[in-house]
Design a protein around this ligand. Structure first.
Ligand code: SF4
Length: 414
């Protein structure tokens, strides 16, 4: 059977967000080519204090010449740049991280009549909902910008910051993870600002378009209404809202997990599954002695790490008391199935191993009690088919086996 082609990426990105730096400037041509090809008209540019203003204005002018609109989020220390951006008609926005800064901005508002504001919880939480209302009263367009303090906040803190507009101040949910891609100052690519622990590539190592089209995380986020898990999934607000991805990931290490900070989920946290998962029988159909994997440790872009402890009742144990090499194919395939079962948690999955290729075995003897680590990589996924590679090592890192598997998996009707 031929390896299926990777799926076409859905072209629903609305803007690109990047953290400005001299390094990122070097990637501008490929970002512009991608954006223009996809019909993306907006670059949202986050600027830190240490940025060279001339470099920034040159960057924005170049983007504008290519047909992009830049929304530049400036720190208070770069006030002077606002005027230049406005005079070049490039756009401007101001980042405000507290009440004092907000009132400074109001005091000099007449100097920057077109500026929008991005209100953020910087190092600590503050009443962003009230600040948004104050901006609205003054006719100042503003939006909420996420930050570390917001990601780490408890449900009670979120309720205080958001007022009645749960779970985001201003009442407009953030769908940045589905509508944009974020590039940090070193060129690393992420689904959004909140997922800086979960890179999906680097524009200096790979083609940006290739990253967007082959990242499983970006692919799942484009179809997030079928992927984000309970209890968000059953919330009446789900769809226009899918919670804060940064908060979800910090809580459960699952980028598809529900938002634990939303007060609507406060009494349902028992439904949020956290990694590592140690009950694989709830995620794959294999049971009893045929269940060879014991743990899903982590899930990242197109990849997972799982573990298997060889039990005394393992049906692949030979008369010599060691595992038959065929066991490693089954262990690798179960590792991949566990990844799929976790990603599609809640859906009953049925499937079969269709083909194994490139199998290698080191010959290392594996008796009962051995803990094996399985590193799985998804090469492509075109439901019901998926193709992946696995590598199995001992707990001290010794290579045991590797191979490529093709799996056919169906979701049972609910
Ligand atoms: S429960 Fe989830 S979907 Fe519902 S409002 Fe809260 S974060 Fe949004």
């Amino acid at each position: 059977m031929d390896t299926p082609a990777p799926p076409e990426a859905a072209p629903n990105l609305k803007y690109l967000e990047l953290e400005f730096s001299g390094t990122v400037c070097g990637g501008l041509p490929q970002l512009l080519t991608f954006a223009l090809r996809r019909g993306i008209g907006t670059l949202r540019i986050l600027v830190e204090d240490d940025v060279e203003p001339e470099l920034l204005t040159r960057f924005c002018a170049q983007a504008k010449e290519a047909g992009m609109t830049c929304s530049v989020v400036l720190p208070p220390t770069l006030r002077g740049v606002r005027g230049e951006l406005r005079s070049k008609d490039i756009g401007q926005a101001v980042v405000i991280c507290g009440d004092a800064e907000l009132h400074d901005f109001f005091a000099e508002r007449e100097l920057f009549p077109d500026a929008e504001v991005e209100l953020r919880c910087g190092g600590e939480l503050w009443n962003v909902a009230a600040a948004m209302a104050e901006c609205a009263d003054r006719g100042i367009p503003c939006r909420f910008g996420c930050s570390e303090a917001f990601f780490r906040a408890s449900a009670a803190d979120i309720a205080a910051v958001c007022g009645g507009d749960l779970p985001f101040p201003g009442g407009r949910a953030c769908l940045g993870f589905a509508e944009s891609v974020f590039i940090d100052r070193t060129g690393r690519v992420f689904a959004c600002r909140g997922l800086r622990d979960l890179p999906v590539g680097s524009i200096f190592d790979e083609d940006f378009q290739g990253i967007v089209e082959t990242s499983s995380i970006l692919d799942y986020y484009r179809s997030y209404t079928r992927k984000i898990k309970e209890p968000c999934r059953s919330c009446p607000a789900f769809g226009p809202c899918a919670g804060c991805r940064g908060r979800a990931y910090r809580y459960s290490a699952d980028f598809l997990g529900a938002d634990p900070g939303c007060p609507r989920n406060a009494d349902k946290l028992d439904k949020v599954v956290k990694l590592p998962v140690r009950d694989p029988e709830h995620f794959i159909p294999h049971q009893g002695s045929m269940l060879l994997v014991s743990e899903l440790i982590s899930v990242t872009d197109n990849a997972c790490e799982a573990a298997a402890v060889v039990r005394e009742d393992n049906p692949f144990l030979t008369a010599s008391g060691l595992l038959d090499p065929a066991a490693f194919i089954e262990i690798g395939a179960q590792g991949m199935a566990l990844l799929d079962g976790f990603i599609n948690a809640g859906a009953e999955m049925r499937g079969m191993l269709v083909e194994v290729s490139r199998f290698e075995y080191s010959g290392l003897p594996v008796p009962p009690g051995t803990r094996l680590l399985i590193f799985g990589n998804k090469i492509c996924e075109m439901p019901p088919w998926s193709v992946g590679t696995f590598k199995i090592v001992s707990s001290d890192g010794g290579f045991i086996a590797a191979g490529e598997v093709k799996v056919c998996q169906f979701q049972e009707p609910q």
